[in-house]
Design a protein around this ligand. Sequence first.
Ligand code: ARG
Length: 467
Amino acid sequence: MADGSSETKSSNQMWGGRFASGPDAIMEEINASIGFDKKLYAQDIRGSIAHATMLAHQGIISAEDKDKIVHGLDTILSEIESGAFEFSRRLEDIHMNVEARLATLIGTAAGRLHTARSRNDQVALDFRLWVKEELQRTERALTALIGAFLDRAEEHAETVMPGFTHLQTAQPVTFGHHCMAYVEMFGRDRSRVRHAIEHMDESPIGAAALAGTGFPIDRHMTAKALGFREPTRNSIDTVSDRDFALEFLSIASIAATHLSRLAEEIVIWSTPQFGFIRLSDAFSTGSSIMPQKKNPDAAELVRAKTGRINGSLIALLTVMKGLPLAYSKDMQEDKEQVFDAAESLELAVAAMTGMVRDMTIRADRMKAAAGSGYSTATDLADWLVREAGLPFRDAHHVTGRAVALAEQKGCDLAALSLAELQAINPAITDKVFDVLTVEASVASRTSFGGTAPAEVRRQIAWWRARN
Ligand code: ARG
């Protein structure tokens, strides 16, 4: 905390005209955002260059002042990037830190940069630019994760594993099919990202404090220079809303939920009891006391990051829910939530991509588990419907008796003799054994979106054409 020296108490150089003294040290501490919004330095400088260029083009400032401003801002950019820039908490935020330095570098021309704008549209611009770039990074990261799954799915289009409901063995599926389920989830996450980019692709600069400006600015020009599709249409909305940040956090929360379910499966699959996969050394850790252990820490941390990301969404929703239009300082609390969630999501997606690429699939273990737990019982029931003309409910009952018998004998369905099966229902022939293996079971599920290897390959091809 700063002391109460006369320097701290001197009135602010940006608005000091109306103030006799500067802020209390506590006021300065609660008010300052430079500690985190310095992350927006590149966007702030880019925005100011576009604004100054437009002001000169419109004849609002001179070309000479514009040149000085642009040159000064370029200098500041390299100062920040080289670590030479001294950020000051007294100057509150990134916008005023940059502007104050510009004044030191170029003198009075710096004071013309803030013509026809306010920190309200400035911060809306900087933050939107940052979130847009983050969404683009997220899109690329998800594409890499989807690519990793497509490769594993292709390799294992025929590898059988148990499919589960209630985490109880349900029906055999292929590992490729299971991988493609995640491709669908992350594919939807990515399309949500693309839609969000479209929603937020409007430039806030020129909305000024909230009402627009009387200066003859050209908002289409700045929008274009900054890579936005068009300017925002309502100046009040422009400085009031943070739904682009909320949209990012919602998308991040949903993606994190998908990642967390996958992480949970990886944790389960890598136990000695399941033994479906082996994680690479690169994505696991050992134990300091138990030499035999290999722990799925990366998966566990991916699962845990979901908590932070969901927390950020709820935090910002709560900040925004009671705010009257237009800008309120509450909105300064938007950035840390988004920065933290973005960092967590990037790390989680990257770690998961690495785990998926590197893990060893233990096809023998998957196959053994796929055949246990009477996983082909539905195939027997379907066979009775198809070949013996039984209504499905009766076939279900007959199969239930066959399962009970197998359970009593401690064997699989396929290990029951024809005589034993015929004692339950005389319509059964030895052809039934063709459907009782796990391979026959998965091969038969050729319905659109089903688990048959041919169908999984069709799904993979569909995604390859789009990834
Ligand atoms: N640091 C502020 C924020 O992040 C910038 C906008 C300040 N605007 C104002 N009218 N005080 O929201």
